[in-house]
Write a protein that binds this ligand. Structure first.
Ligand SMILES: N[C@@H](CCC(=O)N[C@@H](CS)C(=O)NCC(=O)O)C(=O)O
Length: 228
């Protein structure tokens, strides 16, 4: 289950003094920040370049939900992250009441309206397309993988998106919505693998949509480097 209410679940904290047991409640109390008016704040564990974290940060921003960002290093994940979610993945949103949401799509759903059409597209993105993207962009990490085949397979989803975008301004319809927020970071990654190749493909509506996303003030704002 993606959402866990804050309870008595505990995790291990490793400190310079050794390992000791700490409750999630204690971690939450340690982490929670306050805004200028002394109200508790939501905390988002994030990694700047993670596409799942990008979708969470953008959804929260567009929904005008203020959070403090806890930037982590994936190579050196802090014990606080495991204490709130044993999965150890980012993003994780810890609400000001201690509720933990540790799936990016669940964070988006918590922040804004997400309809069945959006969920269908995002599920395709996170499934087959992400699989192809990884095997294309990081082919050396996989055995017996042909990056060109994976690129071609992933392109089928991109042509499908292009088709939608020739009929609607955005994947979610008339307005930049949950499907756009969730999928754009992965299309960006696919492009980064070989930008020249990507820009030459006959998916001009997709290219235009991606450029609008990349050049938006909102995208630039969520990519600002946070102090860790
Ligand atoms: N299904 C998760 C996936 C999150 C995910 O895999 N994040 C990556 C960073 S981009 C991560 O934390 N990887 C570390 C790991 O898998 O152990 C979500 O949507 O939040």
């Amino acid at each position: 289950m993606a959402c866990n209410s804050n309870g008595t679940t505990s995790g291990f904290f490793i400190s310079a003094c050794g390992a000791f047991f700490v409750s999630r409640q204690e971690v939450w109390q340690e982490l929670r920040g306050v805004d200028g008016q002394n109200r508790l704040m939501h905390t988002l564990f994030s990694f700047r370049r993670c596409p799942y974290a990008m979708r969470a940060r953008l959804a929260l921003r567009l929904a005008n939900i203020e959070v403090q960002i806890q930037e982590i290093e994936l190579r050196n994940r802090p014990p606080e992250l495991y204490a709130v979610s044993t999965k150890g993945t980012v993003p994780v949103l810890v609400l000001d009441d201690g509720t933990v949401i540790d799936e990016s799509l669940e964070i988006v759903k918590w922040a804004m309206d997400v309809d069945e059409h959006d969920i269908g597209l995002v599920t395709e993105c996170d499934g087959e397309f992400k699989n192809d993207l990884d095997r294309y962009k990081y082919s050396t990490r996989y055995e017996d993988t042909d990056p060109v085949k994976s690129r071609s397979s992933g392109s089928k989803f991109l042509f499908k998106l292009n088709d939608i975008l020739t009929k609607c301004a955005c994947l979610s319809g008339d307005r930049f919505g949950a499907a756009d927020i969730c999928i754009a970071p992965f299309v960006r990654q696919f492009r980064i693998a070989d930008m020249q190749w990507f820009d030459e493909q006959p998916w001009s509506a997709l290219n235009e949509w991606l450029q609008t996303y990349l050049e938006s003030d909102d995208f630039k704002a969520i990519m600002v480097k946070e102090q860790s």
